[in-house]
Design a protein around this ligand. Sequence first.
Ligand code: CDT
Length: 303
Amino acid sequence: ARHVNIAGAQLGPIARNESRQSVVARMIEMLREAHSRGAEVVVFPELALTSFFPRWWMENQDDVDAFFEREMPSAATRPLFETAQELGIGFYLGYAELAVEDGTPKHYNTAILVDRSGTIVGKYRKVHLPGHADHRPHMPYQHLEKHYFDVGDLGFDSWDFAGGKFGMAICNDRRWPETYRVMALKGAEVVVLGYNTPTHIPWEPVYDHLSAFHNHLCMQAGAYQNSMYVVGVAKAGPEEGSNLLAGSCIIAPSGEIVAMAATSGDEVFAAKCDLDICLYNRKAMFNFAEHRQVQHYGIITAH
Ligand code: CDT
């Protein structure tokens, strides 16, 4: 059997003025704990290096760009790469990426896979950007991902990683079934993703009481229906006036949660994942080539 020991490294709140160096030090401490518990891969949250800045309307582009990374690794993030390399651990990291393409600045909500030698082997840019683009000053906080980020241009993919096939998603992507199915069709056995989910949505509070349920519901369904592990890792806790959902977990292809964070702070949790279970399921109930009826699915990709 192919086993991989995967750890989630949930982060507690990050203050607006907390430095990258301080956050990276917190992450390194969790890398070391994960390693001491046998982890080969560590999953960090979405936008793991900063506070969840899309909650603030900012007029000055320099203030916005201060939350973005122009290079990866940078002086501030290199110690994370070096520690992972020293420990022989691979990781998933979410961050805000500022890329200049044909002379034009592009802003992406990005995640990377870094292998045990410290090399970036995969990049994903968030496709499903939630929230709004307009200024809503009457709200206690906002969710301006549609204002600050460009829609990801790399699509969903799958990479050879840590002895298996890994795919990446970011936060709101986890609520869309297509996210998992596209990666499953590309062979992904593990989907790793980070999230920042306010437990109260000021302009749409009707589902606030179900935020923890919906978080697990969509990831468990994605795991089961696609015969894959799903690892969802939060930035959690009370952050700058917004409470962020915890509940980070590892879900098996059966849909069962096999490891879960118990707090809403910095916390490592881990599970030994048997990747061959994914292959087993895909030869049975979820043999895609055998049982899918794509002639009836066309509307899914029509506008
Ligand atoms: N970060 C992120 O994508 N969060 C969303 C909540 C946004 S609601 C406007 C999520 O789907 O969890």
